[in-house]
Design a protein around this ligand. Structure first.
Ligand SMILES: *Cc1c(COP(=O)(O)O)cnc(C)c1O
Length: 368
């Protein structure tokens, strides 16, 4: 790989294939794989990632919002796309682009039926979301009777799947809670199937669910973070490769004398001579201010350079006093050695947050 000459997010498609193959190897033969590509495929690039996974024959995609699904259709994605959190205002567009809504409460069910009728649809595929303990989105377990009554009265829509979401699949201390969620999901599915007389696909596992609860794979699993190389535990991370590396360069080096300050608000004051490097990446690129003032760090020539003072919109300054380096040298923010998770931990957050924060201003390049 040529050295970075500006701020770039390098996306390694071979690593993506590796993660996909690894996760698939955990599935039973007939379990379908849904790739979650919401939020720009967790901060990388939804269209490129989805096109690549479509060629690998993934079964399904999911996004959070309708506009994300439209972007995928415009990029040539023809596989089914589940929209996890649609808003009624965009339902006509959802139908125009053959996206499949998650239906999570009565209001959204009624609104969708109304628009599907206006659009003269029959058997339009929908996915019924049930709440089994996350308390975020979804019908309650005892809504099944009401919902099935409603569904029996219309030919406009057809339930393609029933799904739920685990609250703590990564946390084995919460195993009992998770097993209860799975049990209540089974009851919902059974009750639904008995009443409707057909069995939709069932799915409940996210990445950690795939790895920790193989008995709960049902007909499909939904994986996001695992595809991008993180598995919520060191044990899993060994088998996964982070697909994205964030790199930049040194724009300028300064010698800072004892008593001088660095950056806005003079937040860093030096009590000895030191050397700083200014980098062309800032909070507008997704490195939040919480990483400033010594919490976060970058890697230059294999050595850690802590962030000095406040993070600016377009720049950060790092301490390179003990690092042999010059202007124009490459800087690693995160890669497969110093991972996004390592950086996230310095401010008590999770890999999901830092990778999805990398702004669209940062150029994406692909390793094929
Ligand atoms: C984001 C999301 C996923 C993916 O979870 P990962 O932990 O990234 O694998 C799966 N299902 C739902 C409903 C989600 O919102």
């Amino acid at each position: 790989m040529p050295k970075a000459q500006e701020t770039v997010l390098e996306i390694d498609l071979k690593a993506l294939k590796h993660n996909f193959d690894f996760l698939k190897s955990k599935l039973k033969d007939n379990t379908k794989f849904l790739a979650v590509v919401k939020a720009f495929a967790y901060g990388s690039d939804a269209s490129e990632i989805a096109k690549y996974l479509q060629n690998l024959n993934v079964d399904y995609f999911a996004v959070a919002y309708i506009n994300e699904g439209i972007t995928l259709r415009n990029a040539g994605i023809t596989k089914p796309i589940l929209v996890l959190h649609p808003q009624a205002v965009n339902f006509k567009k959802l139908i125009d682009f053959c996206l499949e809504p998650s239906i999570y409460n009565t209001k959204i069910l009624n609104e969708f039926i109304e628009i599907a009728i206006e659009e003269k649809q029959t058997n339009y595929p929908i996915h019924m979301k049930f709440n089994t303990g996350l308390n975020r989105l979804g019908f309650a377990e005892n809504d099944v009777n009401y919902v099935t009554k409603k569904l029996k009265n219309t030919k406009t829509i057809k339930v393609k799947s029933i799904f739920s979401h685990l609250a703590a699949s990564e946390d084995l201390n919460e195993k009992t809670f998770t097993l209860n969620q799975i049990e209540s999901f089974k009851n919902i599915a059974q009750n639904f199937t008995n009443t409707m007389g057909y069995k939709p696909m069932l799915h409940i596992c996210n990445t950690s669910g795939i790895l920790n609860f193989p008995e709960a794979q049902f007909d499909m699993v939904r994986s996001g973070i695992g595809l991008y190389g993180f598995g919520n535990s060191d044990k899993e991370n060994k088998h996964l490769k982070p697909i994205a590396s964030l790199k930049t360069v040194i724009s300028q080096i300064h010698n800072i004398e004892k008593g001088e300050s660095v950056g806005y608000n003079r937040a860093f004051k030096s009590d000895s001579f030191l050397k700083t490097a200014t980098l062309p990446i800032g909070h507008a690129d997704g490195i939040g201010r919480q990483y400033g003032n010594g919490k976060g760090f970058v890697t230059i020539k294999g050595q850690k350079a802590p962030i000095l003072g406040n993070i600016c919109m377009d720049m950060i300054m790092v301490n390179i006093t003990n690092i042999e380096c010059k202007e124009g040298d490459e800087v690693i923010i995160f890669d497969s050695n110093t991972t996004a998770e390592d950086l996230a931990k310095t401010v008590n957050t999770i890999s999901y947050e830092i990778i999805t924060a990398i702004s669209q201003r940062v150029k994406r390049i692909y390793l094929k």
